[in-house]
Design a protein around this ligand. Structure first.
Ligand code: AMP
Length: 449
């Protein structure tokens, strides 16, 4: 196994990694750090959770510290572009942590917060600037910053930046950065638009591909409940009464949907917070900090707000709504499989969402095991979409003889002990009844042939 010390990193950086508790580099770190240290451009196909931040942050820190040079006022030496503020904050935190033993300054700028402090930081000049595209251009247009001294440019989550409509901003920014520079581009996927960007912006890049979508998917134990939309709430409450759900990220498609889920949970006596675009930055940061500390243990998020959320130890991701963009499903469930850990992801799929489920299974090349509805819910109504057999044809077109979760890695289908919900509160009878052991740990989704 490769050791960080074999990658050519300096003692202060190795010390910071030890302090972070990192014992060995992840695959993208092993592959990316040496060429980036040598000054090469890099195109990395990797998603959040693979350790890609350190893969670019460590060599950048080392290269900048090798040339001790104070940044001139209103300039930065390295620029990292991120699609969201949460991700930008986390990247900046990582630079600070990994660079704790170095004399380099890091600043982060993004919209939604007062600009004054950001201007003051830039006025002094910074070594590393992490930014979202909109606020960065704002600062440039108002002459608080020039990109003329940028030596290293990182485009992180490039696919997401394009999804969020930052292509024009991105093109403007890249034009302002000197041609003579090192460029690193990271993207979870490589659609044509990104390939073109890479061709335009990178010079003879090293290409590193780790964890294609399906790999992350395979690390997560998945299940899908086929359930009418109006019963999702009861199912969610029932699941969350189980103490095994220690840190749970619930995804909804819309901001209103997220607020509604939080209200329902609160009515059912379960504390939860929402995080989405209508929340102010301080509100989002408070919600995230609380979630990291385990209070509340349930965070309800929309896709964009959740982008870049880096919270270790998420026990379950629940897709209350299925995303209509199948890649979002992969990003969502990746939240429960950080840095090699395995996690559990459950999806609620109504009749109307069946096409989304099909798209997800096509993208990930996995059949997501159908989780049988708990008795209390199954009895309510058996619409066609809820019939697990029809919904889950076996490999030869025959229905599976066992419920999908019974192919569990360790345990056959069995019932979890006391899935709390035995008696729902406020006259809400147990939505879940006894739940299968799957919900605590189960088989990975089967790969399609
Ligand atoms: P990233 O893909 O950069 O968002 O990183 C995902 C998570 O993995 C973060 O919580 C990092 O702190 C953590 N991480 C990154 N590299 C390592 C490593 N070599 N060993 C252990 N954890 C790591």
């Amino acid at each position: 196994m490769t050791d960080f010390s074999e990658l050519g990193l300096s003692a202060p950086i190795l010390g910071a990694l030890t302090a972070e508790g990192y014992t060995a580099p992840t695959p993208i770190q092993t592959q990316a750090i040496p060429p980036v240290l040598a000054g090469r451009d890099l195109c990395g196909i990797a998603q959040t959770g693979t350790g890609k931040t350190a893969a670019f942050a460590l060599p950048i820190l080392q290269r900048l510290s090798a040339v001790p040079q104070r940044p001139a006022p209103h300039t930065c030496r390295a620029l990292v572009l991120s699609p969201t503020r949460e991700l930008a904050s986390q990247i900046a935190d990582s630079f600070r942590a990994y660079g704790a033993g170095l004399r380099l300054s890091t600043a982060v700028v993004f919209g939604g917060v007062p600009i004054g402090r950001q201007r003051a930081q830039l006025a002094r000049g910074v070594d590393i600037l992490v930014a979202t595209p909109g606020r960065l251009l704002d600062l440039i247009d108002n002459r608080w910053l020039t990109l003329a001294s940028v030596q290293v440019l990182v485009l992180d989550e490039a696919d997401r930046m394009l999804d969020l409509g930052f292509i024009h901003a991105l093109k403007r920014i890249v034009k302002l950065v000197p041609r003579q520079r090192q460029t690193l581009l990271f993207s979870a996927t490589m659609p044509k638009t990104i390939a073109t960007l890479a061709e335009d912006y990178l010079s003879n890049p090293v290409k590193v591909v780790v964890a294609p979508a399906a790999t992350t998917v395979e690390r997560v134990d998945q299940g899908v409940f086929l359930i009418p939309g109006d019963r999702k709430r009861d199912l969610l409450t029932g699941l969350l009464r189980d103490p095994a759900f220690t840190r749970v990220l619930v995804f909804t498609r819309t901001k209103h949907g997220a607020d509604r889920v939080v209200r329902h949970l609160s009515t059912d006596g379960i504390e939860a917070t929402a995080i989405h675009g209508n929340k102010s930055q301080p509100q989002r940061e408070r919600a995230l900090a609380g979630f990291r500390d385990g209070r509340p243990r349930v965070l309800v998020a929309t896709d964009i707000a959740a982008r870049g959320i880096d919270v270790d130890g998420v026990s379950h991701v629940i897709n209350f709504d299925l995303p209509n963009v199948p890649e979002d499903y992969v990003h969502r469930i990746g939240r429960t499989a950080r840095a090699g850990a395995a996690g559990i992801a459950l999806a609620f799929c109504s009749d109307e969402e069946r096409p989304y489920l099909r798209d997800i299974e096509k993208l990930t090349r996995c059949t997501i095991p159908r989780s049988p509805l708990p008795a209390a819910l199954a009895a309510v109504r058996m619409a066609p979409a809820e019939r697990p057999i029809a919904a889950n044809p076996g490999r030869n077109g025959h229905p599976p003889s066992r419920p999908a979760f019974s192919n569990a890695r360790s345990a056959p289908a069995q019932h979890s002990r006391g899935t709390s919900g035995a008696n729902g509160r406020r006259g809400n009878p147990s939505a879940t009844g006894a739940l299968p052991a799957f919900l605590h740990r189960s088989a990975a989704a089967r790969r399609m042939p």
